[in-house]
Design a protein around this ligand. Structure first.
Ligand code: SF4
Length: 280
């Protein structure tokens, strides 16, 4: 099965209309009586939508959202000036972090694994002036091992707003369980007064930069957040993923000024794959 094309990083109605007009012009070179509606449907299907209207609604929702700041930094990431404004942390007054259970080394992945070794994250949370609270929302809601959930019809924000669903790869509707897990995660973050969440990207729960758009076996990636990351962000808690090396480096340096600065490091939205894939 051909996978759908990814939606670009900054979609708009203007982009959609121009794409349809270009496609119609192409079609009319071969078939002068070609219709706009047929060109629109073809484009919608290429992007994985059942109709032009469904694609239009999706793009309107995305373009109404402030995903990036003016300088192109995703709004959910902690800014350099925010990290600089934090107080000095000590063992007695540590930086409180909320960390995805799997990133902290807990065997809570869908298959009971930790999804690999996350040495950088473990190094950070082991610093004497950091304190990590770990949580796996999917383990909380569905246990381990479990089926693999993905978001259908949008991202985590759309799930919270009732526009999208979380479905397991066995076809069960896990929307309510995932929202309950997100609420639990937010309650934990508040109880521990965390300043930052470090979450595993790609997950339908914890993803923050990139997640799947529909069932992962047959879908494209999308820019967006999983349900739990979205609820944290909506409540003012910045989120960083394990792939945001520039920001993680800044957090390391805030905890230990002797930590070597690495100007060559990039966050996930700055890497070539992301830029090419999402035309960012
Ligand atoms: S990414 Fe989040 S939901 Fe998935 S295993 Fe890790 S902590 Fe659990």
């Amino acid at each position: 099965m051909t996978k759908p094309k990814p939606i670009p990083a900054r979609p708009s109605l203007e982009w959609l209309r121009k794409t349809a007009k270009d496609r119609l012009a192409q079609a009319r070179r071969v078939t002068p009586e070609a219709k706009l509606a047929a060109a629109q449907l073809q484009i919608a299907r290429e992007y994985g939508f059942s109709s032009w209207r469904a694609m239009k609604v999706h793009v309107e929702r995305l373009s109404a959202r402030r995903t990036f700041d003016e300088d192109g930094v995703p709004t959910h990431l902690p800014r350099v000036d925010l990290i600089a404004s934090w107080p000095d942390f000590t063992a007695e007054r540590p930086l409180n972090l909320l960390v995805s259970g799997c990133l902290a080394g807990l065997p809570v992945g869908v298959d009971g694994s930790t999804y690999g070794d996350h040495a950088l994250i473990r190094r950070l949370i082991d610093l004497p002036n950091a304190r990590a609270v770990t949580f796996c929302p999917e383990n909380f809601a569905f246990g381990t091992p479990r089926a693999t959930p993905d978001i259908h019809g949008g991202d985590g924000h759309d799930v919270l707003d009732g526009h999208a669903k979380v479905l397991s790869d066995t076809g069960e509707d896990w929307t309510a369980g995932m929202i309950a897990a997100a609420e639990r995660m937010l309650a934990i973050a508040r109880a521990h007064q965390v300043r930052l969440a470090i979450l595993m990207d790609i997950s339908a729960a914890c993803g923050s930069q990139v997640i799947y758009r529909g069932a992962r076996a047959s879908s494209a990636h999308q820019i967006g957040q999983g349900v739990c990351a979205a609820l944290l962000v909506r409540n003012g808690i910045p989120v960083v993923s394990q792939r945001d090396y520039r920001t993680l480096n800044g957090v390391f340096r805030r905890l230990n000024p002797a930590f070597r600065s690495r100007p060559d490091l990039r966050d996930h939205h700055e890497v070539d794959w992301y830029r090419d894939y999402f035309q960012a």
